[in-house]
Unconditional design. Structure first.
Length: 458
């Protein structure tokens, strides 16, 4: 009997190699052969891309964020959950073994007055195994394994976002420091002009209109300075949270962007993105998992084979023989009528796979768009920065000339006022634009995947 059972088990295991999961094919997405804006020269994007800015303080801040950011820590636990789900799915490929045991005690006191006692015990175990005839269990394992890969990639995509946010916030703080310095200098100039105008009003050479106009400029400059200082406080608070720290607990030593290098970045080939963007890889893993789920849904239409073995031993009172029992069972179950449940499950799994195929295509297209946008932003921000630096230099020169001409009585106060307003605006605009060149570089690093490589490359 045991021999026949083992032969049946071996035959069932041989059949278990059958799989109904469709062959996976990566969805076709039109991939451009080159970027619209040429970016072949420059530094390559590596996993430590932030080091290209040559800021030791930024390096330290990003390392702190990678270690302490709460979202990234939560991502670790999501990976643990996914791996636990894979472990659960894999358990169905093995037999389950359960043990049992028990004892009983009885006492008999008949009317004769004689008392007797009986003790007995029983122990045993059972083995149950579902043969994966048509690959349903293997499909579940494949789906769970793809989910693990996807969750790991999701965390890497999140890490890339966190690193980019830390760098952007850090550069924002340095830029705000510069803007505060300029605003304080301009406020000093505006107050000095006000002092001169008030002195001239006292001397009767100008009216109260000029004084009121200059007071307006002073007040607006003070308000602008207060706003910039508030922005810096908010940036510090945001940086602290990114580092997993309470607000107002993080300090930045650098005073401006002068010590930060603006790198030139090589964009590589568009096709590289398919294996270098964690979000694309995650979308593909979702698609692979959905493909495996189709196999599981198909397998539900076919019979299932369950094998069982039970063995027990009973210990009788002293002197009585010990009894053992062994039972073997094999059950083949096939669905006959399920009221459309199986068809609905397959249709749902197929539709889900088709949905995720479109999601994958869009993810790839958005990735191409983000790189193109970042390349355009780098070029335009650089051109804009150059033009605004010229504008700031010339507006300050115009202001200095206006002061001399006003003192000589060659121009009226309104002309001086216009030159002053132009200088104040040009200075702040040029400094603000400088930040855009750095954030554009960060955006391109992120759009290119931040040096991440899929497991295919690793």
């Amino acid at each position: 009997m045991m021999k026949r059972f083992l032969l049946a088990s071996v035959a069932a295991l041989a059949l278990s190699s059958c799989s109904l999961t469709p062959d996976y094919t990566r969805p076709d997405v039109g991939t451009p052969t080159a970027w619209h804006i040429d970016a072949k020269t420059g530094v390559n994007v590596t996993a430590d891309w932030w080091g290209n800015f040559k800021s030791t303080e930024l390096n330290a801040l990003i390392i702190r964020a990678l270690e302490n950011n709460n979202d990234l820590r939560a991502g670790i636990h999501r990976i643990e959950q996914a791996r636990a789900s894979l472990k659960i799915a894999g358990a169905d490929m093995y037999p389950s073994i359960d043990g049992s045991g028990g004892v009983s005690w009885s006492r008999n006191n008949p009317t004769s007055g004689k008392t007797t006692s009986e003790n007995s015990g029983r122990a045993g175990f059972g083995v149950a195994y579902e043969v994966d005839l048509f690959g349903a269990n293997q499909a579940a394992i494949d789906a769970a394994a793809a989910n693990v890969e996807g969750v790991v990639a999701d965390r890497q995509a999140l890490a890339l976002t966190v690193m980019g946010d830390v760098a952007t916030t850090y550069f924002t703080i340095l830029n705000l420091n510069e803007r505060i310095g300029i605003a304080e200098s301009n406020l000093k100039i505006s107050r000095e002009v006000l002092r001169i105008v008030q002195a001239r009003e006292d001397a009767g050479s100008v009216s109260g209109l000029e004084v009121a106009q200059q007071k307006t400029i002073v007040a607006n400059t003070e308000a602008g300075l207060s706003s910039i200082r508030e922005q810096r406080v908010n940036a510090y608070n945001a940086l602290a949270v990114l580092l997993g720290q309470p607000p107002q607990t993080v300090a930045v030593q650098a005073k401006d962007l002068s010590g930060v290098t603006l790198p030139t970045i090589a964009a590589g080939q568009p096709s590289d993105l398919l294996i270098r963007r964690p979000d694309i890889y995650s979308a593909e893993m979702d698609l692979i998992a959905a493909n495996a789920n189709i196999g599981a849904a198909r397998a539900a239409f076919y019979p299932s084979l369950n094998l069982g073995l039970d063995w027990s031993v009973a210990a009788s009172p002293l002197g009585d023989p010990t009894a053992t029992a062994l039972s073997l069972a094999a059950a083949l179950t096939a669905p006959i009528f399920q009221g459309g449940r199986l068809e609905g499950g397959l249709e749902q799994a197929t539709a889900r796979q088709m949905e995720l195929a479109e999601t994958y295509r869009k993810t790839v297209l958005v990735a191409f768009q983000e790189v193109e946008d970042a390349l355009a932003a780098i070029r335009s921000s650089g051109e804009r920065q150059t033009a605004l630096d010229v504008a700031a230099t010339e507006s300050r020169r115009a202001w200095e000339l206006s002061v001399k001409q006003y003192d000589a009585g060659l121009i009226d106060f309104q002309t001086l006022l216009d030159a002053q307003r132009s200088m104040l605006s040009a200075d702040d605009t040029a400094r603000s634009a400088r930040l855009a060149t750095y954030t554009a570089a960060i955006t391109l690093f992120r759009a290119l995947g931040g040096g991440w490589e899929s497991s295919v490359m690793r």
